[in-house]
Design a protein around this ligand. Structure first.
Ligand code: PAF
Length: 281
């Protein structure tokens, strides 16, 4: 049976009663099939599955969508119950940050200043700070994150490695609607028309990936062309980058590269990516 816990004390008590390796899926709520997939992978591999539902104010900048972010705890709980999650930890802001905003935070460093970080200053410091706290509070041995948030995943891996967290980080492939749209809690902001426009992101990434045999310049050109041809897509960045350091890959790069895009469609900022294998030339 899924147990809902709201406080650190309740979480600690629930953890004392449980044994075995715990897997955690961290979320901000508004759960969808992408989260369901993370939960299923965790469920298959761990003795205990914990889902955290916490809308973390620290990772939102002024003017971002914190106030309009969907809050759907009841249906989130129903999904967790259907997926046999053991514990749902859904704390309040003051439970996570009892002293108000924490004075000491995890710094994402230079990798946190590019791409998403360039558009959302301080975002990744906020993400890493809450992920560090939730790893400590849940005592999870394995944490599952989606590949859709590729830069977040990279930074969490770096934090766990650089700061010796006793935890494994597992990446789970992006879940898409049948028409290609990457699932995101923010898709709910899209009007029917915006949603059609938003399909250009995955279409562009697929077209770019198909140009991989012609090399990085072709991948970038083809991807950009598809995005340019779709009116209503306001591209923030489009990169073909080394997934280890996020530097643009040179023309002779061989191996897996991250083709990533961020764009605004209507009032909604969307991100998506594909891993593209380049042959080197
Ligand atoms: O990916 C998210 O939903 C959030 O950034 C996370 C990892 C739950 C931290 O708030």
């Amino acid at each position: 049976m899924t147990q809902l816990v709201r406080s650190r004390a309740e979480l600690a008590a629930a953890r004392v009663r449980s044994s075995g390796v715990a897997g955690v899926v961290m979320t901000m709520g508004a759960l969808h099939d992408g989260h369901r997939e993370l939960i299923r992978v965790a469920r298959d591999r761990c003795e205990l599955t914990i889902v955290t539902v916490f809308l973390n104010p620290l990772q939102f900048g002024a003017g971002e969508d914190l106030s309009r972010y969907p809050k759907t705890l009841e249906s989130d709980l129903a999904l967790c119950t259907a997926e046999n999650v053991d514990i749902v930890f859904a704390p309040t802001v003051s439970e996570v940050y009892p002293e108000s905003e924490p004075q000491v935070r995890v710094s994402a460093g230079p990798l946190g200043d590019v791409l998403e970080g360039a558009s959302r200053p301080g975002h990744f410091d906020g993400v890493l700070t809450v992920v560090a706290k939730l790893l400590h509070l849940t005592g999870a041995g394995v944490a599952y994150f989606g590949q859709k948030d590729a830069q977040q995943l990279l930074l969490i891996r770096r934090m766990v490695k650089d700061l010796d967290f006793p935890c494994e980080v597992v990446a789970v492939p992006t879940v898409r609607d049948p028409d290609g749209l990457a699932l995101s809690s923010r898709n709910g902001y899209l009007s029917a028309e915006d949603r059609t426009v938003a399909l250009a992101l995955s279409r562009a990434l697929r077209a770019g990936a198909a140009a991989a045999p012609e090399g990085p310049a072709a991948v970038r050109r083809v991807t950009a062309d598809v995005l340019r041809d779709q009116s209503g897509v306001d591209v923030d960045y489009l990169v073909l980058a080394d997934p280890v350091n996020l530097h643009d890959v040179p023309e002779d790069f061989a191996g897996a590269a991250l083709l990533a895009v961020a764009a605004r469609v209507g009032t909604t900022r969307l991100i998506d990516n594909l891993v593209v294998t380049l042959g080197g030339r």
